[in-house]
Ligand binder design. Structure first.
Ligand code: ASP
Length: 586
């Protein structure tokens, strides 16, 4: 019940239990139907829709006014709750209607550019331009209510675990690691720029030095990257850090957070999460964020397929495949489609070999010329294939072939309906490499970030086997989506300086960029570690959608524009002058 001077209740509340009560409601006109003797108006607010009825016979003047009312007018009415003669079981308020006795038009409305109903005729661009109207639609509003509920449950859980929410600054300093920064010119310090944080990473570590012990923040982060369906230039993280912990402590606490969210928000019990090393994830799924809702694990065939005269295999660094249960009846056309799929540039394979394990037990491959029945039996044994299975094999350089097979595996998961969006399969991926070689810059880059601690046992190999050094870093993956990632941090100044050196920073550069952190580490930095979750992604996963945009009130489009407020935009000569910025002539 929401009682204010303009309403005693809401449009989602009234049921048969309220019959004969006199009530008042306020809301927007979703629909109106003029049937001559009677006019019906569906009145909408955040809570639902209630049918209003105006009767020509009993109240002609009011009915005349009701007939003139257009969609999205804002009304306040008073009336009596009455039983409906034709009930609507699909509506919470479907048993009743309101016989209106007083009608107050609080505001008129232009005709909206698209229909404001569950399914709309408005295209994406139009809906974003009039997002405030789009947000009146129930599915969109429900998405944001889900977001609110999840944020509340995050806060409840974190509070129960003694975490303190601390706000960190938004105007910070640009750093060269990671993605591209958004920068903000400083008027008071001309020629100098702030950067918007890609994450509060350094600040949360400073809070650990400060003794805050357990910090979290639901926080906006900014990355100037090319956009995809699951990326926005500004996005929200659940950012967390803890002192006096090892990896195990962090995993336990945040597994608890995820379990709490599933239970509190979706009523789903999540069991103890499986853990997999990065190495295993790559060899079994070709992917550091495996979707483990289904099997189809990779099986390597290099040893048993080489030396039989088939050039493609003989020249390959890796021959690897998957076994798809129940797909042996795939037609020539379907197999050609799959070959086209793996040959797409984004997937990158040069071709695909198949082996059918027919229901009558016979084996039939696309390379029968090179492999006799005995040989094919070895393939079948390697996969433990059953009659009815289809084996798909790719070959080539190891990394590229794994990546392509990973795409094919996901495609087959989709085709075989194994990726049900109401099934949730979380796991931890552990032991990421510390560094990855970047061909463009010809130097090592931090795979997670430069503050991540290598595994203590791997520290002696920092100089000799840099690429094999593993990090104390972990990702939380659900259904093939990276939901969170974090690490145990370096809290030792010398080790941090060494890592910067490996990453190609001169001492001066490291001092200029991160001196504040390294200096802070000289004043008693405790061992610490943390994690950050992509909140928008987590909400969209809970909501069952792939697009994080659906869960952001005012998102940006694919070109990073807010088409409603028309940003980014030019600024005045005057503002430019104050900032001492000269634009290049167009
Ligand atoms: N700051 C990191 C990120 O944004 C997460 C972490 O290490 O806690 O990915």
């Amino acid at each position: 019940m929401h009682s204010t001077y303009l309403r005693t209740t809401t449009c989602g509340d009234l049921t048969a239990a309220n019959i004969n009560q006199t009530i008042s409601l306020s809301g927007w006109v979703a629909r109106s139907r003029d049937l001559g003797g009677m006019t019906f108006i569906d009145l909408r607010d955040r809570y639902g829709i209630t049918q209003l009825v105006f009767n020509m016979e009993t109240n002609a003047p009011l009915c005349e006014i009701a007939r003139t009312i257009g969609r999205e007018f804002v009304l306040n009415i008073k009336g009596i709750v009455t039983e409906r003669s034709n009930k609507n079981p699909n509506m919470a308020t479907g048993d009743i209607e309101i016989v209106v006795s007083e009608l107050n038009i609080l505001n008129t409305s232009k005709l909206p550019p698209f229909t404001i109903e569950d399914t709309t005729d408005g295209g994406e661009e139009m809906r974003m331009k009039y997002r405030y109207l789009d947000l009146r639609r129930e599915p969109v509003r429900k998405n944001l209510q889900l977001r609110h509920k999840m944020a509340r449950e995050v806060r409840n859980f974190m509070d129960s675990m003694d975490f303190i929410e601390v706000e960190t600054p938004v105007l910070i300093k640009s750093t060269p690691e990671g993605a591209r920064d958004f920068v903000v010119p400083s008027r008071m310090n001309q020629g100098e720029f702030y950067a918007l944080p890609q994450s509060p990473q350094t600040f949360k570590q400073l809070l650990m030095v400060a003794g805050f012990d357990r910090y979290y923040q639901i926080v906006k982060c900014f990355r100037d990257e090319d956009l995809r369906a699951d990326r926005q230039p500004e996005f929200t993280q659940i950012d967390c850090e803890m002192a006096f912990v090892e990896q195990e402590d962090v995993l336990v606490v945040f597994e608890g957070l995820v379990q709490h969210l599933f239970l509190a928000v979706k009523g789903i019990t999540i069991e103890k999460m499986p853990r997999m090393t990065y190495h295993h994830a790559m060899t079994l799924y070709g992917n550091d964020k495996p979707d483990i809702r289904f099997g189809m694990q990779f099986v390597e065939l290099t040893a048993i397929t080489q030396g039989k005269g088939f050039k493609v295999f003989d020249e390959a660094e890796l021959v690897v495949g998957i076994c798809v249960s129940g797909a042996a009846d795939y037609t020539r056309k379907q197999l050609d489609e799959l070959t086209d799929f793996v040959k797409r540039p984004q997937v990158g394979a040069t071709g695909m070999i198949y082996l059918r394990h027919n229901t009558d037990g016979t084996l039939k491959s696309s390379v029968d010329k090179f492999f006799n029945e005995d040989e094919l039996n070895k393939w079948s044994a390697a996969f433990d294939s059953k009659p009815g299975d289809l084996i798909l094999v790719l070959a080539g350089t190891a990394a590229k072939t794994r990546k392509a097979l990973s795409e094919l595996r996901l495609e087959m998961g989709n085709r075989m309906n194994l990726r049900d969006k109401n099934t949730f399969a979380p796991l931890w991926v552990l032991d990421f490499p510390s560094f990855e070689w970047n061909e463009d810059s010809k130097r090592w880059h931090a795979m997670h970030h430069p503050f991540t601690s290598p595994k203590p046992e791997d520290i002696p190999q920092l100089d000799t086997e840099t690429g094999n050094v593993r990090a104390n870093a972990y990702d939380l993956v659900i259904n093939g989506v990276e939901i969170g990632g974090g690490s145990i941090r370096i809290h030792n100044k010398e080790l941090q300086a060494k890592i910067f050196k490996i990453l190609g920073f001169s001492e001066e550069d490291a001092q200029a960029q991160f001196g504040f952190l390294m200096n802070a580490f000289e004043y008693g930095a405790p061992p610490h570690g943390g994690i950050a979750f992509g909140f928008d992604r987590l909400v969209s996963l809970f909501g069952g959608s792939d697009s994080i945009r659906d869960y952001i009130a005012f998102p940006k489009n694919n070109s990073g524009r807010d088409v409603m407020i028309d940003a980014p935009s030019t600024i005045s000569e005057m503002q430019l002058k104050e900032l001492a910025i000269q634009l290049r002539d167009k």
